[in-house]
Each structure stands twice: as structure tokens, then as C-alpha cells.
Write a protein that binds this ligand. Sequence first.
Ligand code: NBY
Length: 798
Amino acid sequence: MATLTVDEFKQDFKDMILRLYAEDIKDSDAHQQFTALAYLLREMYAPNLKETRQRYENDRVKEAYYFAIEFLPGRMLQTNLLNLGLSDVVMTGLLEMGLDVEKIVDAEPDPGLGNGGLGRLGSAFLDSAAALHMALNGNGIRYQYGLFRQTFENGFQVEMPDDWLRGGNAWEVRRENRACLVRFGGNVWMAEDVFGRLVPHYENTTDVLAVPYDTGIVGYHNHTVNTFRLWSAELPTDPSRTYTLQEKQNVNEITEILYPDDSNYAGRLLRLKQEYFLVSAGVQSIVRHYRKHHRNLNHMDLTVAIHINDTHPAMAIPELMRILMDEEFMSWDQAWALTTKVMSYTNHTLLAESLETWPEDMVAQTVPRIYQIIQEIDRRFRAMQVPVYGDDRVNRCAPLGNGTVRMAYLAVIGSHSVNGVAKLHTELLETDVLKDLYRIYPEKFNNKTNGVTMRRWIQIANPPLTKLLDSDVNGDWKHRPLDIIGVQSFANDPTFLKKLREVKVKNKRALAKRIRTHLNIAVDPDHALFDVQIKRLHAYKRQLLHALYIIDEYQQIKAGKDLAVPRVHIFGAKAAPSYYYAKEIIKMINELANLINNDPDVGDQLRIVFVPNYGVSEAEDIIPAADVSEQISLAGKEASGTSNMKLMANGAITLATMDGANIEIADAVGQDNIVIFGMTAAQVQAYTNYSSQAIFDGDKHLQKVVNALIDGTIPNIGREGRDIYNSLLQYNDEYYVLADYESYAKAQDRITGLYQDPERWYQMAAINIAKSGQFSSDLTIARYGDDIWHLTRDQLVN
Ligand code: NBY
């Protein structure tokens, strides 16, 4: 922890503004003030960054490298202040100088280098690892443009470029001296060198310079500062060669944009190049670093672990094989034994359309040497396994099949550990999605239920709750997440429950104020229940189910029946720009909002707020104010979910199907403190001959709700209403929305009943908070470190 008095801080801050901008504070704007603060903090943790790196090197500490094509770090100013122990000093100083702290915080761009949960999980892990003194390094791509900025025009999603680097990135350090060359395309053949060793010869390749930008990841109140490295593609600095504008463009485009696709794999050439670019630069830099202290790579597995986050970086496996064989002259067998010990893989999906498969010819042309190695992995896998498991099974799960490279199979075969992200998910990998490989390698499979960082989601996002926990709860919940169980002893204490209610109301008022200023919608934080669904827009997540219930409520009101509890339905969701149906759902919900929010018959009973541009920063405003957490995916589709964990930790009651980590949340809080509905995964699997039409025909009430999509009830959705209606009836409702509707509506009614008894409600909230400790990413990452990577760490005494 850094020590600094308020006066020292004020002086340092003034000096920094002067040095950076040659200006007085009074003439500086919020972005300059943010930048000056960031530079001050960077100077403070720089020695620790250096010392952490030296400690790892000198003590031969085993280091893990988390390879991910996406990260979602969120804004870092408050995180770094908190972790350095400087929040109070700096806040006081800024206030004394008459500066607007909120404006300064908002001036930091929120790096949208990911689509959703997968990217956010990676960043949570980096935060937690640093807190535990674990040597975990992040390795990703420095996209020039992150996930698009979402706006609404006439209710339609419009995508704007996210030029997050325009004002500079105060946290990063460019390290051109650590750049590497990544080779693409051309021809490759194997031939003997002068020593008679078989080595590859290349011609006509396109070489790209990978330049790393490093950001420090500051540990919580400790001296560890780990490295988060993002790679940028540039033209090589070869003085003997000049490049055309087209060549420059071809290189730059590799790291220009993040693919805005969540859960829907599209086999695009540029994406393949991004994947190999990340993997090759990352593995080369690891090997180079290791080589500084070792004569050969024979025991690299003792101090290096490489983690493959989803299949996107799975080419790390053939890339390490390439380096070990072609550059270090290891035999195949030795290289393979080493590679599988170094590599581990996390799967994040159960959706078939999400599994990456690249056309073989595309891989052969883009990364020819890597393709040769994948072919050899495939050949040896078949030769070894066919005699034991037979042709059929091995054909089903070999790396090559149907003219494609099947990345998930490659990742499993080339790793020593394969994990799912929630118990149900891991089970379904073993019994369904990866069952053939599970049969061959049962020992590789394990579960690591996701987690979230309570520092961001409680300490930073929810100061009133933090204060309450600090004053009333025994133990050290900030260092030992399970200590938050202390809240449980207040579950029957009316004084505490009253305070908890005051915390929630305070947060709801703050959100209501933002909604009023930014979206011009009036919501009542004191009486209405805030019902929140925040996640990517996808059919399987069933935002439609939630919307149908709102139509139901609206129709009740129009029929003259008041709602027992006023509701504010809050949505936050981006749709992939190419996902037409998801965008239709957005349009429909926006038009429904328009109708309901402006209908005088509705009064204060019902509101819909669709918060545009949902991301980490928006989540920080919404989550502390949530009463209900909607986790309503079709069972068996959501790998884990992580907003479910953030919301429960902030005292929201989960309304959920038995899917992903919802099951573990239900186990933790007990059936009385969660509202469960709908089919289970097993019931969905066993459901044969589903007919949405039959359900529709047998339910008058449901007919009226669904017909609102096409009968003009909701204005301006002619086409969208019809398409959504057809998805439910003509196309037989792929995600069983109608099958689960009745059960969902009843569950919503149970929520209404519970909310009318505040004491009971806040008792449930208290128990949810008390049981949220097990979903801290500190615990999750400790398990990765212990079971998969074998790293050393601080003990979480619990
Ligand atoms: O990973 C999510 C899962 O849906 C969620 O259940 C889980 O909690 C979370 C963390 O484990 N998956 C996810 O966010 N996936 C993506 O963002 C993603 C992005 C790109 C592509 C595929 C998936 N892609 O193929 O381009």
C-alpha cells in the first residue's frame, strides 16, 4: 500500500498537470485530470511492477499466461486507487481542490476489448490473481476499436465505432524492444540443414511485427503488480524493404477491430489471422523470456503454464510445437509431452453454433506450418486411439474432420486440463458436447465454476453496502471472501434489514437520477421494484420471455387491474450487428417501452428502461440498484453466467431457470431465497415432439400476450412483431419460450408477493449477500492456480 498525505497528493497532482499540459488545474478538463491521476498512480506502482517481475525471475516462480482474444478490464482508475489504498486520500484531495470526482472517473474510456462474460472473466481473474500474489500474466490483442458503441435510433440499434484510444491510454507502456515477428502465408517445406536436421524452409511469407503494450495489474493492498500484455500489429522495421500502402493496410487491419460476435462463430479469414497473431507473439515472447535463464526448454513446464481461454487461442498448441521442433530441435515426442504439460483449456459454451471449426484450406494457406503440425497431431491421435476406441468414435473427435480443423478437439487433445465454467456445464461437456474425448481422457476434465471480483462489484460499485458490511459484519470479507457469511447472522435482525433496505433505496435513487438525466424517463426508486436483465442479446438468454411478461402486465393494467407492486424493467444488451433476430427483439422492446412509458393509463405502475451501450461501466451503475436478477436462459444453454453472481452479491433476488451457475446459487442460498421456474436441462433434453403451437392453442391467456406482437397493440413493429411471432409459432420456438411461459409468469407473481413483505424481502437479500462469497473470483483463480497451473499463492484462510 502506498502512503501519501492529502497535501502531498494535491501538490503532486498540480505538478503533474503542469508537467503534462503546461497548465494550471483550473484550466484543465476532466480528461486531463484523469490522465494526470493515472500517471501519478503509474509512477507509484512502477517500482512494484519491476520488483514483481524480478521476483518471479530470480526465484524461478512458476508463471501462468492467460491467453484470451478478449478482455474487458473496465475503467481502472478506481480499481488502482482502491488496490493501492489511496481512494480516501485522493478523493479528499480532489474534493478539497473543488474538482468533480464523478466527471474525472467518467472521463476514462472503458476499454471494450471483449463481447461479454468471457472477456470480463479474464479481467476478473487478472485482478484476483494479483490480489493473491499469483504470477498470472494476461496476453491479448490491443484492438484499435473495441466493441461498438450502441445507440438507439427509432428504437433500432445503431453501431458506432469505439475509438477508445483517441485520447491516449494512460495506463499502457509500449515496449517496442520486446516486439516479435509473426509469419503468415507463403510456402513452407521441410529440408535438411547443414547439420542434417529437418527444418522448415519458407518463401513468400508475409511478416508482421507484433508490438506489446503492457499495463500493470495492481494487487489489492499488497506489493504485487502483474503484467497485462496486449499486442498490436505493425509493419516490420526492415530497412532493406519498403512497403506499399496496401501492405500497410493489410498489416494494420489485423488488430484494428474486435469481432462483435457473442456465441455465434463465423469463420472469417481476418479472425483466423488475429488468433494466430496473438498466439504466435505470445508464445514467442514466453519462450524468449524463458531462454534468458535456461539453456534449453526441456523443463519449461516446471515454470511456465499457458492457458487457452476458449478455443480462440488454441493454435498456441501447434505454435509451441513448432518452436520446440523447428527452433529448438526437439523430437516430436519430447515436444508433445512438454506441450501438453504446459497447455490447459477452458470451454465457455454449449451452443453448437459457437464451436470454432476452420476450413482446412484456409488454415493451410494462412498458417501453412501450423497446418502441417495439426495434420500430424491428427495423424498420431488416430494412430494411437483407433485400435482402442474404434474408427467411429475417433472420427467423431479427431482434430480434422469434414474438411475442417475442429478447434475444441485440438484444444482438448493438446492440453492436460479441460474445464467447464459451472458444474452443470462441465457435466454436459462430459456427457454430451465432448463425450467422445471425455471417454478417452477422463482425467483431463474438471470444473471451475466462474467467479466475480467483489472489489469492483461491491467495494467500488456499491460504497453504501461496503460501509454497512464494514460496520456490522465481523471478519475480513475484503481479504477472505467467505467471511461475508457474517451477514447471515443479521438475517433476522430488523435493524440490520432496515439498514440494508436504506442501502438499496439509496442506490436505486442514484440510478433513477441517472435514468432521468440521460434517458429522460421518470422511475420511482422508493416504491417500484427494479427488475434487471443485463447480458448480451441472444435468443437462448430469452429476453423475449421477460418482454412477454411485461406485455402481460400491461394488458392487466389496460384491463383495469392494478399491479400489486409497481415495476421498472431494466434491460442492458448489445446485439451482434449481424444478428438480425436479436436486433428485432431490441426494436420490439424499445417500442414496447415507448408505448408503456407514455400511456397515461399506466401511471407509475410500469416502466421499461433499455439502457443503451451496456458494458462494464453501465453495469456498475445498474447492479447495486437491482431488486431482481433475471437469469432465465433455456436450461442447458448458458454455460455459467456471471451477472447472476454480481447481482446476488448486491442483494438482488435471482429469478432463474436451473441453468449454469444458477444451480449453484440455488444450492448456496436455499430454495426459499431464490425463485426458480421452468424446465430443467434434463427435461429439455427429454422433451420430444415439442409443439409451441399446441401450447399456444391450449392457453387463451398466452394467446392474448403473444398476439400483441402482431395485432397493433405495440406500434411501429410491423415487421419485427411478425418475425418474432413467427419464431415462436411457425418455427416452433427453438428456445421453448412458450413452454416455460406459464411457469415464468407464476414465478414473477411469487416475486411480487415476496416484495410486498419488506422484512422477508431484505432477509432474502441478506442471505444472498451472505452466500455470495463462494462466487468470488479470488476463490476461483486460487483453484485454477492449485489444480491446473500449480502456482504458489497467498492463502485464503477459510
Ligand atoms: O462466457 C460466456 C458464456 O455465455 C457465459 O455463460 C459464461 O459465464 C461466460 C464466462 O465463462 N461466453 C461468452 O461471453 N462468449 C463470448 O463472448 C464469445 C465471443 C466471441 C466468440 C464466441 C464467444 N466468437 O466465436 O467470436
